[in-house]
Design a protein around this ligand. Structure first.
Ligand SMILES: [Zn+2]
Length: 354
């Protein structure tokens, strides 16, 4: 049996941002994004705010350099999507200040993990340690975010499908890491969250309270289980994230996490020959568009990220997955493109006025 803390303290409600100045250690630093700040400034700015840091980078060296220029502060409020919350975690870790997290959308599980997903030399590194005093899920705040950001949160839970297939494959072929032998109990725990999401795809598409609670419950568990399982990522992440990292590396684009991860789930499912159509149907029903054009890249980019995946995972030293076991053939690339296009339709760019 694997010990579990059950996740960080998480509070659901409304009007939660306006309460923060009453209890966050003073003066507090707000870490958020430039596009969000105007909306929350009137609730947080005032005599008890030390300053606001608007996030522009996840680069470790740049963030280290930023630290010295921050004003003195007693507590930190992270307010935003994955990036703002990851940087808030990083500052909390480096300054040992208490942290309060307010996700503005259900895009990723970042609010619920101990480490920050930062970048060094284009590589993702999960670094640091921060347990927030609380994570506040404000229904009004979440529901006012672009629906695509919220729905995209399925990526960090549906990815268990390909992660589990990778883990089984590694175990069955004798390639599993010594420290991460296949663990039926962990897979079963993850599967519970995956099934819950599959049962609430319509709620998630509608971004209603049930949909928000379903995604948050999955992210809350998924965020802490990495630590709680002894820093084992195998039941929660695999080839689908590797595809995303490679696509990010090749294109230099910033993505809404669930889109490239969702496409990566399709790539992984195709390579495993396991559940490709079911995964596409689930992703589509939740309203997440995984066509490359919908995320600002092309099918050529996506194809290149598939083609170079085996080389990338070796170079990056990622754990054993189907990308190590099976070649990514042009047939596989065509299959993914054909199935995604038949589910979502061909991309019709918005007409540009003459
Ligand atoms: Zn993820």
């Amino acid at each position: 049996m694997t010990a579990s803390t059950g996740g960080f303290p998480t509070v659901f409600g409304r009007g939660l941002v306006g309460e923060l100045p009453a209890f966050v250690q003073r003066p507090y630093l707000v870490v958020t994004m430039a596009d969000l700040w105007p909306r929350f400034e009137s609730s947080l700015a005032g005599p008890h705010m030390a300053g606001v840091h608007l996030v522009t980078t996840l680069d470790l060296d740049e963030l280290e350099a930023t630290l010295g220029g921050l004003p003195a502060f007693g507590g930190i409020v992270g307010l935003g999507g994955g990036q703002a919350l990851d940087v808030a975690k990083f500052f909390a870790w480096r300054t040992r200040r208490p942290l309060f997290q307010v996700p503005t959308a259900t895009t990723v599980n970042a609010p619920f993990g101990h480490r920050s997903g930062l970048r060094t030399g284009g590589k993702v590194r999960y670094l640091g340690w921060a347990i927030p005093q609380a994570v506040y899920i404000d229904f009004d705040v979440i529901q006012s975010a672009p629906p695509a950001l919220n729905r995209s949160g399925i990526g960090d839970i549906l990815c268990y499908h390909t992660a589990h297939a990778d883990w089984r494959l590694a175990q069955d072929t004798g390639n599993v890491e010594k420290r991460w032998p296949y663990d039926e109990e962990l897979v079963a725990q993850a599967r519970l969250r995956l099934d819950s999401v599959l049962a609430h795809l319509d709620d998630i598409r509608e971004v209603n309270e049930t949909g928000i609670r379903t995604l948050v419950a999955g992210h809350r568990w998924g965020g802490t289980t990495f630590h709680d399982s002894g820093w084992n990522p195998r039941h929660i992440e695999g080839v689908e994230h590797f595809f995303f990292y490679n696509l990010e590396r090749l294109t230099g684009r910033h993505f809404i996490h669930g889109q490239p991860v969702g496409l990566g789930i399709c790539v992984g499912s195709a390579l495993h020959d396991d559940g490709l159509d079911a995964m596409i149907a689930a992703i589509k029903r939740a309203g997440v568009d995984i066509r490359p054009e919908a995320m600002g890249v092309t099918w050529d980019d996506a194809a290149e990220a598939m083609r170079t995946l085996p080389a990338y995972v070796r170079e990056a030293g990622l754990w054993y997955s189907v990308a190590n076991a099976r070649p990514v053939t042009e047939d596989t690339i065509d299959l993914v493109r054909e199935r995604v296009t038949s589910a979502f339709g061909a991309w019709n760019p918005p007409a540009v006025p003459a």
